[in-house]
Design a protein around this ligand. Structure first.
Ligand code: GDP
Ligand code: IMO
Ligand code: MG
Length: 433
């Protein structure tokens, strides 16, 4: 039986954590397939409020196996801290498994991420500073260390010796920074290996076998399609394939095993870091939304940029992912606004663009063509029944559905697990035994 892809459809922070936690009730496996601890997935459930960075959001359901797949880059120190923090709050993490093929985010990656950002000056990307870009660079350059390597002392020493020598040249000669101490790093890696050993396994096989057995696998995307390395607003993107294609490559599952591809859209837009955002609201309305929604990053605490729903970007996102359905989150944030707006086209240098322009210069100069709709007074916050939505909110949802061109199966009306309207179940019930 199939896999279900949950993909951020905008610039990240759409509410994937909430949605995956909600859907995991019906899942046997929940799998992260890309990114690293640049992600911050908020979950609020009966155990409290959590910001997950590497651990999949299925972890709160004891029946679920939570998988960190081979396409993820793992900072072992950050992961161990996250596991400890979850355990100390009564969350059982024994159902976690980590791919031996996942690449390690090393301390020198974190250092290089920060040095590279400084060197970019005004052109900084606004990365999360977690070493994600440099770790993926090393993976592609075949200079990465993998989680499995931490469990093999002689091999680890051999790999680290050559990699650290090269890194130290860059650190000292290019950036005039302090070199990495090979011995200290080697010992730290061995310690990480010892602590993580119990979780490490061949997860590709586990997931493939689970699919063969007819189990339900939820693929937990990180970031959002507009941050995708190939299809996002390059160079203001992250360094991995965060769209559905990344689930196939990052996990080693064939595309036909994915039954449905669900785009997670927020009812408006946010973006953290630099890069084009045509619908950005640098005014009191944007400020209002940011404060009502508390749009501050779950990883870095940075204020998120806020704007109207961008239908042009949304259609692009749908095209590259082939969404079979969508989830609309944070509808309640717009409660009480006199009117709401949706971007239906861009204007660049006096010319109208109905499709997402691919060139960065055009994107940077794009201004939105906005369609205005009535706001709603009756709150949607906490509503769990479609019929209870005020008619103006319903019209707004319907218009977004029309623009993105696929059905909205779930509407989220609050951050808590059950503040959700199920229009059509995304993950089916388990088949009768
Ligand atoms: P993710 O990275 O996609 O998992 O999203 P984040 O957790 O970074 O950011 C989403 C924020 O929205 C979190 O603070 C969630 O608790 C919150 N959230 C999710 N869904 C809803 C919703 O429907 N309404 C409201 N008000 N908050 C929501
Ligand atoms: P979740 O999974 C929002 C952004 C950073 C920066 C760019 C590159 O919580 O939705 P990186 O550190 O990846 O090299 O930074 O990508 N970014 C995110 N923005 N949500 C995320 O993850 C993000 N992960 C990376 O802000 O602009
Ligand atoms: Mg987030």
């Amino acid at each position: 039986m199939p896999a279900y892809g949950i993909i951020g459809a905008q610039w990240g922070d759409e509410g994937k954590g909430k949605v995956v936690d909600f859907l995991s009730e019906r899942a046997d496996f929940v799998v992260r397939f890309s990114g690293g601890n640049n992600a911050g997935h908020t979950v609020i459930n009966d155990k409290g409020e959590f910001a997950l960075h590497l651990v999949p959001a299925g972890i709160f359901w004891p029946h679920c196996t939570s998988v960190i797949g081979p396409g993820v880059v793992v900072d072992p120190g950050a992961l161990l801290e996250e596991i400890d923090a979850l355990e100390s709050r009564g969350v059982d993490t024994s159902g976690l498994v980590i791919s031996d093929h996942a690449h390690v985010v090393m301390p020198y990656h974190v250092k290089l991420d920060q040095l590279e950002e400084q060197a970019r000056g005004e052109n900084a990307i606004g990365t999360t500073g977690r070493g994600i870009g440099p770790a993926y660079v090393d993976k592609t350059a075949r200079a990465g260390i993998r989680i499995g390597d931490l469990l093999d002392a002689p091999y680890l020493r051999e790999r680290l010796t050559s990699v650290v020598a090269a890194k130290n040249l860059v650190l000292t000669k290019v950036y005039e920074a302090d070199p990495i101490d090979l011995e200290a790093l080697y010992n730290q890696c061995l310690e990480y290996g010892t602590k993580l050993q119990r979780y490490v396994t061949n997860v590709e096989q586990r997931v493939s076998d689970a699919l063969d057995r007819g189990e339900r696998v939820v693929l937990e995307g990180a970031q959002g399609a507009l941050l995708d390395l190939d299809h996002g607003t390059y160079p203001f993107v992250t360094s991995s394939s965060v769209s559905i294609g990344g689930a196939c490559t990052g996990l080693g599952i064939p595309p036909q095993r994915i039954e449905s591809i669900i785009g997670i859209f927020k009812a408006y837009s946010t973006r953290v870091g630099a890069g084009p955002m045509a619908t950005e609201l640098n005014n009191a309305t944007g400020e209002h939304i940011r404060e009502v929604a508390q749009e501050y990053g779950a990883t870095t605490g940075r204020a998120r940029r806020v704007g109207w729903f961008d239908g042009v970007a949304a259609a692009h996102s749908r095209a590259i992912n082939g969404f079979t359905s969508a989830v609309l989150t944070r509808l309640d944030v717009l409660d009480g606004m006199p009117s709401v707006q949706i971007c239906v086209a861009y204007e660049v240098d006096g010319k109208r663009y109905d499709r997402f322009p691919s060139l960065p210069g055009l994107l940077a100069r794009a201004t939105p063509v906005l369609e205005e709709m009535s706001g709603w007074i009756i709150p949607t916050a906490g509503v769990t029944d479609l019929d209870q939505l005020p008619k103006e909110a319903r019209a707004y949802v319907d218009r977004i559905q029309e623009i993105i061109g696929c059905p909205i199966d779930l509407i989220s009306t609050g951050p808590k697990r059950h503040e959700s309207i199920t229009v059509r179940p995304i993950v089916p019930d388990a088949p009768e035994a």
